[in-house]
Write a protein that binds this ligand. Structure first.
Ligand SMILES: [Zn+2]
Ligand SMILES: [Zn+2]
Length: 390
C-alpha cells in the first residue's frame, strides 16, 4: 500500500466507524429498559447454612427438589461444565452488584416429583420453600426449566411490580424459547439468563460500565447470533462487497509517476514476473503476497507494490524476510484439566531453507469450580412471573 492508498483506506474506515458508532448509540438508547431494579451493592457471598439437596415434602403430595447450591442446580443435565460455570459466574456477579438472588433449576419432569398440572403453582411453591431472594426486598428470581414437560417458568419475588410479568415474558419468548425449540438447551439457558439480567439491571453481564453505543452493538450482536446462519449472508454480502470494492479500487486506481507526474500503467501478472526477484516470485506462487508492478510509460520509473494475503498460512522468515515460512505442529502431550500439555512447532522456509523447532506449552483445559454452597435469603413470591412452552 502506498501512502495515498493508506489515506483513502483511513477515510473509509473513519466513515464506517462514525456510522457504526451512531447506529450503536441509537440502538443502545432505544433498547435500554425503562426501569431497572434498584442496585444494592453486596459484600461477598451470601453466608448462610447450606440447605440439604435431595427432596422435601411440600405438604401437597409433591416432593420438591432441594438445592445443592444457590446459583445453578442442573438436575436435568442440560449444561456442560463450562457453560454451567459461565452461568454461575453471571449470577454471582449479578448478586454482587445488585443483591438480586437469581437461580437456575433444571429438572426432567415435574411428574417425577409427583406434580401433575401447570408449572405455575409448582414454581411458586418451590420458590417460597427455597426462600429465593432477600426477605425484605423480595427480589429473587427463579428460572425453572422442565425439559421433558417442555415448559419454562420465570418466577419472580413479591417485590416486583406486576409490569415485570410482561418483561419476563419477553425474556422467555426472545431469550429462551428460540433455542429451546431447536433443543439447544445450553445456549438457550445461557442466552436467556443474560437477557433476564439485562432486563433486571439494564446491562448484560460484564457490560455494566460500557457506553450506550457499545451496549447497542452488543444488543445487535445478540440478535444476529439468535437469527441463525442465514443472516450472515445478508450482512456479509454488502460488508464483504464494500471491502472488496475498496480493495479493488485502491489496487487499480490511477496513480501518477512520482518523478514526472505522467499516469503510470499496471503490468499484467505474467509481465510483472520478470521485475520480481526469486523470493517475490515464490511468494506469489504460494499466494502469501501478491505484487503489482506499475511502470511509467514516459520515464523508466517503476513501483513494485506488495499486497500481503489476508488468509495465508505462511509467516515471515526471520532470515530472508520473505513470507515463505511454513509451520507444522505436533502434539507431544495433550493438556488435561490438571496439567499443561506440550507441542512441537517445526518451521521451514521454502525460500532460503531456514529451519527451526520450538516446544510450546498448551494451556490446561479449564475446569469449572462446582458446588459453591450457600443458601438463599428467605424471599417469597406471590406467583408473579411468566411461563412458556416449546
Ligand atoms: Zn515517469
Ligand atoms: Zn527464509
Amino acid at each position: 500500500m502506498t501512502r495515498r492508498d493508506f489515506e483513502i483506506a483511513l477515510i473509509a474506515a473513519a466513515v464506517v466507524a462514525v456510522v457504526g458508532w451512531a447506529i450503536g448509540y441509537a440502538v443502545g438508547w432505544a433498547t435500554k429498559p425503562e426501569t431497572v431494579v434498584q442496585a444494592v451493592a453486596v459484600e461477598g457471598e451470601p453466608a448462610r447454612e447450606v440447605a440439604p439437596g435431595g427432596r422435601f415434602a411440600g405438604g401437597d403430595g409433591v416432593s420438591y427438589p432441594g438445592y445443592e447450591e444457590i446459583y445453578v442446580n442442573d438436575y436435568a443435565e442440560l449444561l456442560s461444565l463450562e457453560a454451567e460455570a459461565r452461568v454461575r459466574q453471571d449470577l454471582k456477579d449479578l448478586y454482587a452488584r445488585s443483591g438480586i438472588e437469581m437461580t437456575v433449576l433444571t429438572i426432567e419432569t415435574m411428574g417425577a416429583y409427583g406434580h401433575h398440572g401447570p408449572i405455575e403453582p409448582f414454581a411458586t411453591r418451590l420458590f417460597n420453600a427455597w426462600g429465593i431472594g432477600n426477605a425484605d426486598r423480595n427480589d429473587g428470581v427463579l428460572v425453572l426449566v422442565a425439559r421433558y414437560d417442555r415448559e419454562i417458568r420465570i418466577e419472580i419475588g413479591a417485590g416486583y411490580a406486576q409490569s415485570w410479568d410482561a418483561r419476563m415474558q419477553r425474556v422467555i419468548d426472545a431469550g429462551f424459547l428460540p433455542y429451546f425449540r431447536e433443543d439447544n438447551y445450553e445456549r438457550g439457558i445461557e442466552n436467556g439468563v443474560e437477557e433476564a439480567i439485562f432486563e433486571l439491571t439494564g446491562s448484560y453481564p460484564g457490560e455494566e460500565r460500557v457506553g450506550t453505543a457499545a451496549r447497542g452493538w452488543s444488543w445487535i450482536w445478540r440478535r444476529v447470533q439468535m437469527a441463525g446462519e442465514w443472516i450472515w449472508a445478508l450482512l456479509l454480502v454488502p460488508l464483504g462487497g464494500g471491502a472488496l470494492a475498496l480493495r479493488r479500487y485502491l489496487r487499480s486506481r490511477p496513480r501518477p509517476c512520482p518523478r514526472c507526474r505522467f499516469t503510470m500503467a499496471r503490468m499484467g501478472e505474467t509481465a510483472d514476473d520478470e521485475h520480481l526477484d526469486g523470493g517475490q516470485r515464490l511468494e506469489e506462487f504460494l499466494q502469501s503476497v501478491d505484487y503489482d508492478v506499475w511502470a511509467c510509460p514516459d520515464c523508466d520509473h517503476m513501483d513494485i507494490i506488495c499486497y500481503p494475503s489476508w488468509f495465508s498460512s505462511y509467516g515471515s522468515c526471520p532470515r530472508c524476510n520473505y513470507r515463505t515460512l511454513s509451520s507444522e505442529s505436533e502434539i507431544l502431550e495433550a493438556a488435561t484439566t490438571s496439567r499443561t500439555g506440550r507441542k512441537r512447532v517445526d518451521y521451514h522456509c521454502r525460500q532460503c531453507g531456514y529451519e527451526n523447532s520450538e516446544i510450546r506449552t498448551i494451556p490446561k483445559v479449564s475446569k469449572s469450580s462446582s458446588g459453591s454452597g450457600g443458601s438463599f435469603g428467605g424471599g417469597s413470591s406471590s406467583g408473579g412471573g411468566a411461563s412458556g412452552r416449546w
